[in-house]
Design a protein around this ligand. Structure first.
Ligand SMILES: *[C@@H]1O[C@H](CO)[C@@H](O)[C@H](O)[C@H]1NC(C)=O
Ligand SMILES: *[C@@H]1O[C@H](CO)[C@@H](O)[C@H](O)[C@H]1NC(C)=O
Length: 306
């Protein structure tokens, strides 16, 4: 009876141990994946990596396995104010963000290359930064100003190529900001101001020319008026002078006639010297003040002719 009791106890212990072992085995071979996760089984005892990619849910596997987990959704990588040199050697600051997701069918290869998701993500981050530097160096400063859309397209294209080689898909790339150095911005602004000033000056030019033309025409017509007046003054003076000259000549003619009638009445001949002496006498006679003249002596000889 005592021996039977002993056997019974041993069986109970063995059964109990089996139950505990089964529970333990079940516990270590049953793992759960969340809705945004995918995983590959890794047998930590045999050091074996599975082939199949599991999605959300409870999954059994070899005892003691664990899941190497990747996100099943896109993960965002962003770069804020990353500094790069453009093709002119001008430093540019760029903010870029995009999303990537590992190609699930390549998950085993990715794990063999990069160990786990964090390792993979680190490498993708460095690679993305290198791509930004490369795209940056293909554009010059004025292109960064005028062709931002093209820059984004090129960046996206290089990034897709590079990430495809590393078995990741890219989506939703955005270049959020492109900043040029402050002094460059200042130079651009002052250049634009100068261009506006030049435009204003150009617009003003016809008006200023018209104004100058008007001023010149006014000066020209003023000059013409002055010239006309001078000409007419000159004509008047000339006429006056001519009139005066002819009246003087007429006066002398009359004196000559008077002298001639005097000398012919006296039975004398007309001589120039006699006429000049006569004129001298006439001048002296009509003068109101004393007159001093130095007449040549021929006057006398004329008087003394027989
Ligand atoms: C920038 O590159 C474009 C296209 O290659 C070119 O036409 C332009 O002259 C360049 N500008 C400067 C300032 O170098
Ligand atoms: C100004 O005068 C010049 C020379 O006479 C002439 O060629 C030009 O057309 C004029 N301009 C205006 C705006 O009147």
């Amino acid at each position: 009876m005592a021996e039977g009791k002993h056997v019974c106890c041993v069986v109970a212990v063995i059964v109990g141990a089996l139950v505990i072992m089964t529970i333990a085995l079940l516990a270590t071979s049953l793992k759960k994946l969340a809705s945004d996760e995918v995983g590959i089984q890794y047998d930590t005892i045999q050091k074996e990596l599975g082939e199949e990619v599991f999605t959300e849910g409870l999954h059994t596997g070899p005892p003691g396995y664990e899941f190497l987990i990747f996100p099943s959704v896109y993960t965002t990588l962003s770069y804020s104010r990353l500094s790069c040199l453009n093709s002119d050697g001008v430093p540019i600051r760029i903010s870029v963000s995009f999303q990537f997701k590992a190609m699930l069918k390549e998950m085993k290869a990715i794990i063999l290359d990069f160990k786990d998701f964090d390792g993979y993500k680190d490498v993708l981050r460095y690679s993305g930064e290198a791509v930004i530097h490369e795209a940056c160096s293909k554009f010059n400063t004025s292109q960064f100003q005028a062709e931002r859309g093209n820059f984004q397209t090129m960046l996206s294209q290089i990034l897709r190529e590079r990430y495809t080689n590393m078995k990741a898909d890219v989506t939703d790339l955005q270049v959020n900001n492109i900043e040029r150095p402050n002094d460059y911005e200042a130079a651009i602004r002052s250049k634009e101001r100068a261009r506006e000033d030049i435009q204003v000056a150009k617009n003003e030019r016809p008006r200023l020319i018209t104004e100058a033309n008007t001023t010149r025409r006014n000066a020209e017509s003023e000059a013409q008026i002055i010239l006309n007046k001078a000409n007419s003054d000159a004509r008047i003076m000339q006429n006056n002078a001519e009139r005066e000259a002819s009246s003087i000549v007429a006066q002398y003619d009359r004196e000559a006639e008077a002298y001639e009638s005097i000398v012919s009445a006296a039975g004398l001949g007309f001589t120039p010297e006699g006429f000049i002496s006569y004129l001298g006498v006439r001048v002296i006679a009509s003068a109101k003040n004393p007159v001093y003249i130095g007449l040549q002596s021929p006057a006398k000889t004329t008087y003394t002719t027989n």
